[in-house]
Design a protein around this ligand. Structure first.
Ligand code: NDP
Length: 305
């Protein structure tokens, strides 16, 4: 079989950003309303700082008002809930994102449920989870990573996945479960696998659509992939890359890999996302799209789809 088509998530995300920017420009010109995104980060975790920085930067590029709240690592739950209440009440803010994980003194669930469901652009609030799982997808905010993955799947296979088997490896609330709901809504026959699943390779070899959201570097090898499958690699794992040499401080350089062994899986798949440059850029693009939708709803306008 020919080598798989490489699904270019970076280019697809750039197109979404262009569309969001154009729609934002019309919305602001016609109504005076500028979409506002608030990102909140607690503590100094370097990876979280990078994520939050790129989200805030992208928001500005889209023409949004972008507000970043950086709180000390020892911030109390009550102080964070006060900030959420302020942002909920602020008419200039349409989307609120709290970067996870939060420090141990703060109950993540409590914070997520405190966000106004209409400003919950991450799609983690129970109201949005409920909307998605009852099929009211157009009214929900769908979590950004599965929403972006679904666009890449539709680009390859079309809107109706009737008759196709989808296997998702990973059952988290932010990736695996919402991904399953989206695939089910598109008529795929869906199986969710996890660490207790027996004979995972055999199960995955039954998948026309295989989504890996595990967090284990290159775990999904060629023996997990059906000939002609569409493979979506959500995983982002940083591993040592001694071949790149050392950093100035003597530590070994690193590189990013997915949950899928890309080269090996490419020999069997029909289409596959790379890491980096696959699902990652789509996640940020969908956050911008969700924020625009929130602003349109606040302005009483039909959001673009
Ligand atoms: P979680 O750690 O919350 O979930 C991992 C899931 O994988 C769990 O359901 C776990 O099973 C399952 N799992 C772990 N080991 C195995 C195994 N050996 N066999 C089968 N299943 C296994 O991770 P997330 O869903 O938050 O993230 C998954 C990956 O996606 C990570 O690499 C993360 O960095 C990345 N990610 C990427 C994003 C992007 O923008 N591209 C956004 C979000 C996440 P069990 O439930 O039984 O423990």
């Amino acid at each position: 079989m020919a080598e798989a088509r490489r699904i270019d998530g970076k280019a697809r995300a750039a197109r979404i950003i262009e569309e969001v920017t154009a729609a934002t420009s019309s919305l602001t010109a016609e109504t005076g309303l500028q979409p506002g995104l608030a990102v909140v980060i607690v503590g100094e975790d370097p990876a979280s700082q990078v994520y939050v920085g790129s989200k805030a930067k992208r928001a500005v590029e889209c023409g949004f008002k972008s507000v970043k709240h950086v709180l000390d690592a020892d911030t109390s739950e009550a102080a964070l809930l006060d900030l959420i209440a302020e942002l909920n009440a602020d008419p200039d803010i349409h989307g609120i994102l709290v970067q996870l994980p939060l420090p141990p003194q703060i109950d993540e669930g409590k914070v997520i449920q405190a966000i106004d469901a209409d400003k919950d652009v991450d799609g983690f609030h129970l109201v949005n989870v409920g909307r998605l799982s009852t099929g009211a997808i157009d009214e929900a905010f769908v979590p950004c990573t599965p929403a972006g993955s679904m666009i890449l799947i539709r680009d390859v296979l079309g809107d109706d996945l009737s008759g196709l088997n989808a296997v998702i490896v990973g059952r988290s609330n932010i990736v695996g479960k919402p991904m399953a709901q989206l695939l089910l809504a598109a008529n795929a026959t869906v199986t969710i696998a996890h660490s207790r699943t027996k004979d995972l390779p055999a199960l995955c070899r039954n998948a026309d659509i295989l989504v890996a959201a595990v967090g284990r570097p290159e775990m999904i090898g060629a023996d997990y992939v059906k000939e002609g499958a569409v493979v979506i690699d959500v995983g982002i794992n940083r591993i040592d890359a001694p071949e790149k040499g050392n950093n100035p401080d003597g530590s070994v350089k690193t590189r990013l890999v997915g949950d899928v062994a890309f080269e090996a899986a490419s020999q069997k798949a029909a289409a596959i996302t790379p890491v980096p440059g696959g699902v990652g850029p789509m996640t940020i693009a969908m956050l911008m799209a969700n924020t625009l939708v929130a602003a349109c709803r606040a302005a009483g306008r039909t959001p673009p789809r």
